[in-house]
Design a protein. Structure first.
Length: 448
């Protein structure tokens, strides 16, 4: 375009040079210069030319999900800095305990930080007005709530068979402790006669706005609701503890109310996740009840179902809604994240040392796999305003008892039977790298 303008300038100058010679000789004056204007049709065509807008990049976030936070007495003693044997002031001074919850998960905070939002199941109460206790009635020190926040947990399910271990007032105190620590929660509520501040916009569910890392895109809003139907029975849902104020959402008997919650969450979020506490303990296959409830959740609008309660991992599988045809991902059980249920992995010990199964015994698990569990990384993607589950990977975890109780990713030094179990249940292709790099660097595997 610029080149044409320059050439036109040279040619336009020539008539004036010739004119000078002609005028001097009395010749005729040259005709006036004519300029060409674009036609109206040409202008209209230019104005109507469509502007090409590049397609928007999909927005992605990765959820990190683990199972039960189940602190038995030994784990609580370690976390609270209590000595293994009580000290006696007569023989030696008693040093004040120093809380050290991080000792239970020393490498996990860095792993959670690679993803965008982390979820766990809080199995028990946090009521500072009642004594700390363990099985069968779990009540934790209030320091657990900020410790979970520091670990990187953004939301916990509080709907499980231990939700009322400290009774209704303990369930309300648990929500207060989580609120103070900045940890979202779903599945239980304060009794209306006690307090209202924990109820929020939704009586049971909550919505998390998860930022899209490295992007100016608006956050992806994920709605969560948790419920319990532990042991696939109404009594098992809260271990037989009465719930006169209806503080715990039941997956089965509260189905009508749950459908209403799902509708509310669908209207206020990009994608809905259900966190059911269900199934039979120590069973590695989901029950018929789990499958029935999963279909109801998906038909109600859920795109992701992350289960807990069996204390062992259970499979992941896709499920299609019979209502609108959308496809969802179900992980039937995430197993234990941190617990004392590790005795079945070892040859019986009398000296407290951890003895692993010999390699020749690795072809078969020694009892239920309560000591291993997946950290599941679920990728959510938003395209053209529609958010779906794109796929998942997992990091295999193992609970150790030496040198101190702690959970950590599997290594080559762990029993081969552990990784064999995961490969068979979830597939070796879905195993995350030994060093997990998160959203930007790990391509999620498509749904099974």
């Amino acid at each position: 375009m610029h080149l044409s303008v320059r050439r036109a300038s040279v040619f336009l100058a020539l008539p004036f040079v010739v004119c000078g010679a002609a005028c001097a000789s009395g010749g005729p004056e040259p005709a006036p210069l004519r300029t060409t204007q674009p036609t109206k049709a040409a202008v209209t065509l230019a104005e109507q030319r469509p502007v090409v807008v590049p397609p928007a990049r999909p927005a992605r976030v990765v959820l990190a999900a683990v199972g039960d936070v189940l602190l038995h007495d030994r784990l609580q003693d370690q976390a609270l800095g209590l000595p293994a044997s009580p000290c006696k002031k007569a023989t030696r001074p008693c040093a004040p305990p120093i809380a050290d919850y991080a000792s239970l998960w020393p490498t996990m905070a860095e792993l959670f930080a690679k993803d965008d939002f982390a979820i766990a199941n809080l199995e028990g109460a946090i009521d500072g007005d009642k004594p700390v206790s363990s099985y069968p009635l779990f009540n934790y020190d209030p320091g657990l709530a900020p410790a979970l926040k520091q670990l990187g947990i953004g939301l916990v399910s509080t709907a499980n068979n231990h939700a009322l271990d400290a009774r209704g007032s303990g369930a309300a105190a648990t929500l207060d402790a989580l609120d103070a620590a900045g940890v979202l929660h779903t599945g239980t509520r304060a009794a209306p006669k006690i307090k209202q501040k924990n109820q929020g916009s939704f009586a049971w569910g909550t919505v998390a706005a998860i930022p899209v890392r490295g992007s100016t895109e608006p956050p992806i809003r994920v709605g969560f609701v948790a419920c319990t139907f532990a042991s696939d029975s109404k009594e098992g849902a809260t271990n037989g503890v009465p719930d006169p104020s209806h503080q715990v959402l039941n997956c089965d008997s509260d189905r009508v109310e749950l459908r209403s919650v799902l509708e509310e969450l669908r209207a206020s979020s990009d994608l809905v996740v259900v966190l059911p506490h269900w199934g039979l303990e120590y069973e590695i296959a989901p029950s018929k009840t789990q499958k029935r409830l999963a279909q109801e959740f998906v038909d109600g609008g859920a795109s992701l179902v992350l289960g807990s309660h069996p204390h062992v991992p259970q499979p992941a599988f896709p499920l299609r809604s019979a209502v609108d045809g959308h496809e969802a991902l179900v992980v039937a059980s995430l197993g234990n994240f941190v617990s004392h249920q590790v005795n079945r992995q070892d040859v019986p010990d009398t000296d407290g040392r951890e003895r692993m199964l010999p390699a020749k015994a690795s072809a078969k698990l020694h009892g239920p796999p309560t000591w291993i569990a997946p950290l599941v990384h679920v990728t959510l993607v938003r395209r053209d305003g529609v958010t779906t589950v794109e796929g998942f990977t997992y990091t295999p975890l193992r609970m150790h008892r030496t040198p101190r109780w702690h959970v950590a990713p599997l290594t080559d030094g762990d029993p081969p039977v552990a990784q064999e179990f995961f490969d068979k249940m979830y597939g070796a292709d879905k195993r995350a790298p030994s060093v997990y790099f998160g959203t930007a660097d790990v391509a999620p595997q498509k749904m099974p």
